[in-house]
Design a binder for this molecule. Sequence first.
Ligand SMILES: Nc1ncnc2c1ncn2[C@@H]1O[C@H](COP(=O)(O)OP(=O)(O)OP(=O)(O)O)[C@@H](O)[C@H]1O
Ligand SMILES: [Mg+2]
Length: 173
Amino acid sequence: MSTTPPPLRLTCDDAEATRGVGALVGRFAEPGATVLLQGDLGAGKTVFAQGVGRGLEAPTVVNSPTFVLVNEHLGGRLPMRHADLYRLDDLDQITELGLDQAAEGGILLVEWPERGQGALPDDCLHVHFSPLADDVSEDQLDASPRELVLTSNGRNAETLLSQLAQSLSPVSA
Ligand SMILES: Nc1ncnc2c1ncn2[C@@H]1O[C@H](COP(=O)(O)OP(=O)(O)OP(=O)(O)O)[C@@H](O)[C@H]1O
Ligand SMILES: [Mg+2]
């Protein structure tokens, strides 16, 4: 019997730290993994997805799929599909994207998943992003701390979350 791992709370001081957490997801994810990225505009969801691409050693550039809805990145350890539902508010349109199947054999990342409830796989890792400072000056745009809270729903996501927690915990002497 598996036990649900507790939420993993991480502080990422800059964009590179957020990419580093994403890269671990890219390294550990098993085929079929779904990762839901939740947070406001500019919270760091696409930056995290760039890290996942790095962890998978995907050769293509990961950028915002806002206008194409789903980007596919092939050539890494697993195929990666990266969706952004921000511009969709019609659940039928979202259902047509076939996201419930899109994780098969690879890894599916979804920005703004709250718009696609009911059209996404049940077993998923949630990553919630929130800023730790209200005001960010121009020269801090790339380095404003974010809190990431990772939770799991389902067995595959639980396994992935446990691996992440283990790899991020300090090595005991
Ligand atoms: N700690 C941090 N983690 C992630 N991004 C950061 C951090 N500090 C600053 N940033 C900056 O914040 C911006 C995050 O942009 P990103 O495109 O990832 O947001 P998003 O959540 O995908 O937004 P959208 O909902 O518009 O798609 C980037 O410009 C990045 O450099
Ligand atoms: Mg984005």
